[in-house]
Every structure is written in structure tokens, then in C-alpha cells.
Design a binder for this molecule. Structure first.
Ligand code: KIV
Ligand code: NA
Length: 265
């Protein structure tokens, strides 16, 4: 397998090849995602929701992110592995931010980190980049700021917020980030941003005018059936499929159909 690198992502943008990105938080899922040739695996802090059942991404810790990331690293042979730096581990000061980023890189073996925010975290972003750690930005609906927004609705519909987002994107490019995630913003704004920077812009709920797409793998597979944003395309309904299979197992145990003689020693 030829490993996808931050350099190959920039080349993909230059060649007009769209980048595919998907989350994974554990070994078994990461193996499937990697084998399907997904370019970038994001060990997202959405693990807080999807894996741990929290309502927001805020509670997940640096140690927990490192645990998820190291599991993914052991599985993925081809994809570039990007890890979310969790809430509270990079906002207080740039030294702590760098320390957190170093822990992720050293203890998990992942290839890059992702931060939420723009100019307000400039010192931290610069410091992490100076240590040679590739950084991806994340703008628009940044879930670690959900209590500031108060809702999960589309961001940057108003001029002021759109202008700030464009400035943040230019800042992240200038300072040396290798890519930017744009979450839940108008498609025309996302396209404008993607056209204005040389680094890849990966969208989620940001339309088709960007350089690539990212989804939470459990959403794409239909394992999280109560989550229904319009940007989500469901490729399977695994919630029902898995429920049916497990229900059949229960019935087979109860009826003594399982195990049969071929399944016994
Ligand atoms: O944590 C996550 O899954 C993310 C993606 C939705 C971009 O940040
Ligand atoms: Na995230």
C-alpha cells in the first residue's frame, strides 16, 4: 500500500481528484474503511457521541482520543490518519496545545491533528506546526463551540460570520495547515473558500464545490438512525439489519436451534 500523505492530498486538489474522508474510532471499523480505499481516516471527537453516548463532543479526553487513534493506526495501511485534538487540551495556551498534539503523535502513531477554530487559536496552531506536526483546520459549525452557537443549524449564513470564516480559512492556509474541514455552511460560501485557498477543503454539509467530503462512518452505514441531517446520505440501514440479525440469534438460542451438531465439538 502506498500511504496517502498530506502532500498527496494537495496534489489531489491540484489534479481535481476529490478526496474521500471518513471517521473511524476502532480497529475493526478502521480496517474496513481503509480496505475500501478511503483517503483520510478521521479519528473524530465525534467518538464522544458515537462511541461513548455523550450528547456533545466536549467530554472526551485526550487519553480517550489517543486510545481510539492507536486502535485505528494498528488497522490502517493506506489512509492518512488525522486525529481531533479534544476540547480543553489546546485552548488555554499554546504550550499546552503543543504538549497535547505531541502526545497524540507519539502515543498513537497518527499522522496529523485537527483543531477547531481560526485566528483565535493562532498561537497554538503556529506552535504545533513549528514542531513539524501537520495540522488540519475546522471551521463553520465547530461542535466544540456548540454552547456558544446554541443550535446545530447551518453556520455563516450572515455576512459577518461568512467574512470571518473566509479570513480564518486564509489564515489557516497562510500559517501552513495542510487542509480545512468546513462543516454545515452554505454551498456557495464553501466553494468560494475552496477556490480561494491552495490547500484541500473537505466538506460535511458544505455542498459539492469543495475538494472532498467527510462523513461519520456510523451515519453513512445507518447505525445511528435517529440522526437525520439533510447532508447525510445513508448507504445502508445497519441499525435495522444488525437488530434483525441479533434478534434472530436470540430466537435461535431460545428455541435451541443454536448451536446445532455441526457447530458443536
Ligand atoms: O468529529 C468528527 O467526526 C468531525 C467530522 C464530522 C468532520 O469532526
Ligand atoms: Na470533530
Amino acid at each position: 500500500y502506498k500511504r496517502v500523505t498530506v502532500k498527496s492530498l494537495i496534489e489531489m486538489k491540484q489534479n481535481g481528484e476529490k478526496i474521500s474522508m471518513l471517521t473511524a474510532y476502532d480497529f475493526s471499523m478502521a480496517k474496513i474503511v481503509d480496505s475500501a480505499n478511503v483517503d483520510v481516516i478521521l479519528v473524530g471527537d465525534s467518538a464522544s457521541n458515537v462511541m461513548a453516548g455523550h450528547e456533545t463532543t466536549l467530554p472526551i479526553t485526550l487519553d480517550q482520543m489517543i486510545y481510539h487513534a492507536s486502535s485505528v493506526v494498528r488497522a490502517a495501511k493506506r489512509a492518512l490518519i488525522v486525529v481531533d485534538i479534544p476540547f480543553g487540551s489546546y485552548q488555554s495556551d499554546s504550550k499546552e496545545a503543543l504538549r497535547s498534539a505531541i502526545r497524540i503523535m507519539k502515543e498513537s502513531g497518527a499522522h496529523a491533528i485537527k483543531v477547531e477554530g481560526g485566528v483565535e487559536i493562532k498561537d497554538s496552531v503556529k506552535r504545533i506546526l513549528q514542531a513539524g506536526i501537520p495540522v488540519m483546520g475546522h471551521l463553520g459549525l465547530t461542535p466544540q463551540s456548540i454552547y456558544k452557537f446554541g443550535t446545530y443549524t447551518v453556520r455563516a449564513k450572515e455576512e459577518a460570520e461568512a467574512e470571518k470564516l473566509k479570513e480564518d480559512a486564509k489564515f489557516l492556509e497562510k500559517v501552513g495547515c495542510f487542509g480545512i474541514v468546513l462543516e454545515k455552511i452554505p454551498a456557495n460560501l464553501a466553494k468560494e473558500v475552496a477556490d480561494s485557498v491552495s490547500i484541500p477543503v473537505i466538506g460535511i454539509g458544505a455542498g459539492g464545490g469543495v475538494d472532498g467530503q467527510v462523513l461519520v462512518v456510523h451515519d453513512l452505514l445507518g447505525m445511528t438512525h435517529e440522526f437525520n441531517p439533510r447532508f447525510l446520505r445513508r448507504y445502508l440501514n445497519l441499525y435495522d439489519e444488525m437488530g434483525k440479525a441479533i434478534g434472530q440469534y436470540v430466537a435461535d438460542v431460545k428455541s435451541k436451534d443454536f448451536p446445532n451438531t455441526n457447530e458443536s465439538y
